[in-house]
Design a protein around this ligand. Structure first.
Ligand code: APR
Length: 243
């Protein structure tokens, strides 16, 4: 099994890695934002204006995502952890599929659709009910999806962990991201500018494509199977996924 040589691999993923699981991207043909205005569904102002409408949107996404399973792309990344001294997964995705495939310590730059939080108490909890069992907590306030919406700052701790990994890795692979949303889109440059092996996997070109020394214009799972030949995708068992 001839795997790429590395001490620390960083996988940086976007919505494209979940396409082969049946989850639409945000941009491009059929993208979520071609059907919904994020100003009405995915920002704090929209939530304060009409929390029911925002929860209806997020419940529809929870329901759709819950019916999807990790694909070989997620599972190869999960399996890589058993073959390298260190693997870090940094994702912009909120679907939790990396974790369901078996990846641990995933840095979820944009939060998770499976976490909710009470901004009056700071209470944050995982909740996999579909639809969400209770949209309001005891005191009548609204649970908020623990997602980094447009206009929200990223969590300092997530940024610190991601930057530390990008500054230490010796193999960087960006998968399925359009590089359209900052500050997340700037993070790959930390690795790319260190002259390490850096690969972009995306069927389409992106604004950052020219900065990568290596580009694979392929779907995520196809490219990962070629990059990690013979690496058996981590076994996905729904029971192990905890839901
Ligand atoms: N394999 C790999 N990449 C793919 C595939 C596939 N099978 N299919 C599509 N792609 C690529 C598209 O070419 C596109 O470049 O995935 C990318 C998806 O881009 P976006 O929809 O913009 O998703 P992403 O980059 O993750 O968006 C970043 O924007 O809306 C916010 O918070 C949201 O995290 C999201 C952020």
């Amino acid at each position: 099994m001839q795997l790429p040589a590395a001490r620390h691999v960083v996988f940086f993923t976007g919505a494209g890695i979940s396409v082969e699981s049946g989850i639409p991207t945000y941009r491009g043909a059929g993208g979520v934002w071609s059907q919904y205005r994020y100003e009405d569904y995915a920002c704090q102002e929209a939530f304060e204006r009409d929390p029911e409408k925002v929860w209806d949107f997020h419940d529809r996404r929870r329901e759709m995502i819950a019916a999807c399973a990790p694909n070989d792309g997620h599972r190869i990344i999960a399996a890589a952890a058993g073959h390298y001294p260190r693997v870090t997964v940094i994702t912009q995705n909120i679907d939790g599929l990396h974790q369901r495939a078996g990846s641990a310590g995933v840095i979820e730059l944009h939060g998770s659709i499976w976490r909710i939080r009470d901004d009056t108490t700071g209470d944050i909890r995982e909740d996999f009910s579909v639809p969400l069992a209770r949209r309001q907590c005891g005191a009548g306030c609204w649970w908020r999806p623990d997602i980094v919406w447009f206009g929200d700052p990223l969590r300092e701790d997530d940024i610190d962990r991601a930057v530390a990994a990008l500054e230490d890795c010796d193999l960087f692979i960006a998968i399925g991201t359009s590089g359209a949303v900052y500050p997340a889109a700037r993070l790959p440059l930390i690795a790319v500018e260190r002259n390490i092996r850096a690969i972009e996997i995306n069927p389409e070109p992106t604004p950052l494509s020219d900065t990568y020394p290596e580009v694979r214009r392929q779907p995520a799972a196809v490219a990962l199977k070629e990059l990690f030949p013979g690496l058996p995708p981590a076994v996905f068992t729904p029971a192990a996924a905890g839901r």
